[in-house]
Each structure stands twice: as C-alpha cells, then as structure tokens.
Design a binder for this molecule. Structure first.
Ligand code: ADP
Ligand code: MG
Length: 258
C-alpha cells in the first residue's frame, strides 16, 4: 500500500518545493520507493532536481493529464525521470497552466490526477505531490487523490493567519470529493531560532490548530544553505549533508513514518 501526500499551501514561498524534494530524498535514503510529482506549472521542483529546461521535456504531468482527458492509453512508467538520490520524478512544465484552464470543461475534472495515481502508486511506497501556490483545479485534483495534505507554513504572522482558507478547502474536498483526506500535519518552516518571535508564532499555531491538527515536533530552521540549493539544482542532502536543515528533514521523515 502506498501513501499519497500532497504538500500544499495556497501561499507562495512557504517551502513547499524544498520540503517536497527534501522529504523525497530523506524517505528514499531510508530505503522507501518514492515518486515526487511536480504539480506546479512553475516547475520549481523539476528544476531543483537538476532538470534545468522543463519546457524541453517530451513528457510532463501536463502531457499525462492531457492523455487522460482524451482517454488515451498510458504506460505507467511514461515520462518518469530518476533522481540520483534514489527517488523518481514526474516533471512539470508551463503547459500545466493550460491544462488547469481546460479542465473546467472536462467531465470528472477533479479526478483526472487520481486516475494517474491509481496507475502508478502500486510501484511506490510514497507518492509526494508538490502543489502550486493556489487552490485551483490542479491543486483540487491533488487533494482529491491524496491520503493527506502536509502543510508547510512560514513561521511569520501573516502566513499563519492565511491558513484558514486552506483548511476550509481541505474540509470541503473531504466532504464533497475525497472522504479519506486527512491533514498530515502543519510544518513550521524558515524558523529563525534566534528570535522569540518564532516561538510566539509557534504558540499561535498550536493554540489555533493544535487541538485537531498535528503540528510536527520538528520544524525547519531558516538557513542560507537551504536557500542556496534551489539555485544550484542540488538537494540539501548533497549541498550540506550534516547541516541543520538536512537533519531537520531527516527527522521530519521519521515523524511522517511514525
Ligand atoms: P514554495 O514552493 O512554497 O514556493 P520554496 O521551497 O520554493 O517554497 O521556497 C521559497 C524560497 O525560500 C526559495 O528561494 C527557497 O530556496 C527558500 N527556502 C526554502 N526553505 C528555506 C529555509 N529553510 N531557509 C531559508 N530559505 C529557504
Ligand atoms: Mg513551489
């Protein structure tokens, strides 16, 4: 049985992509078979995995979704790339934004991605979906096929306030499309441990959501080393294997496994 986790937050810059890649790497290093799906037309995860020109790839998530919409036959392995850290990647490209628009007129439009997941998930222990910073059709498709949503939240006041809309959308998807959808947990990211402010924000999140949502024990520290990885197309485990961010993501993986 594989577990499908959407990494989602409708705000940009909350570490969704960094968390997706790092969690994929951490789980792969523990021997799990992982597929990371880049579900953002900005293709940040694809680029950060070292595929610098996503728009030149023959097959991306957009191709797959288009084929499913057109009822075409699909080989499960088609378009899947391999990352040197031992996980697989279904890349994205800007074409995915066109699919988002065209989905509006498609029958069963919330469940297109689910058909793909049903096909590939038997080959993996974990499928991770790096969502885009919106609650449009592609993100709803991701929530519709996921077992849970992992929510990275930047440890600052406004991002924390903005969580309500996301949590409302998750409950709506649970009621109308996917009754099994859970919240995996809220992950505090870019935590500046030197300030009291970060601690206050953590308390705020615990007070507001801690009763019904897991807040991960492990938070992710703010670190220049982490910021450097996106630009260089290498993961934190390669860039700074013994640093605090690599260690934090390893222990996040332990929490997800527990
Ligand atoms: P999202 O996918 O939510 O938009 P990203 O993972 O792309 O977020 O992160 C946004 C920016 O913040 C990127 O430039 C990234 O390198 C940087 N970043 C992510 N995590 C950290 C961290 N722990 N410390 C410092 N910078 C980070
Ligand atoms: Mg992103």
């Amino acid at each position: 049985m594989s577990k499908v986790i959407a990494i989602g937050n409708n705000k940009g810059g909350t570490s969704k992509t960094t968390t997706s890649i790092s969690l994929a790497g951490a789980l792969a290093s523990k021997g799990y078979k992982v597929l990371l799906i880049d579900a953002d037309p900005q293709a940040n995860a694809t680029e950060a995995c070292g595929f610098e020109n996503p728009d030149e790839l023959d097959v991306t998530l957009a191709t797959i979704m288009e084929m499913l919409i057109d009822d075409e036959e699909l080989e499960p392995g088609i378009g899947i790339l391999h990352h040197e850290e031992g996980f697989d990647l279904m890349p994205s490209s800007i074409e995915l934004s066109g699919i988002e628009v065209s989905l509006v007129n498609v029958m069963n439009r919330e469940r297109i991605l689910k058909d793909y997941i049903t096909m590939v998930s038997p080959f993996y222990d974990f499928v991770l979906l790096d969502c885009m910073p919106s609650l449009g059709m592609i993100t709803i498709n991701a929530f519709a096929c996921a077992d849970s949503v992992l929510i990275p939240v930047q440890a600052a006041y406004l991002p924390v306030k903005g969580l309500e809309q996301l949590i409302r959308t998750i409950s709506k998807v649970r009621k109308q499309i996917n009754p099994n959808l859970e919240i995996e947990g809220i992950l505090m990211t870019m935590v500046d441990g030197r300030t009291n402010y970060a601690k206050e924000i953590m308390e705020l999140v615990k007070d507001a959501y801690g009763n019904h949502v897991r807040i991960f024990e492990q938070s992710i520290p703010l670190s220049v080393r982490a910021a450097e990885t996106s630009a260089e197309g290498v993961s934190i485990f390669k860039h700074d294997p013994n640093g605090k961010v690599a260690m934090a993501y390893n222990s996040l993986a332990e929490e997800v496994l527990s």
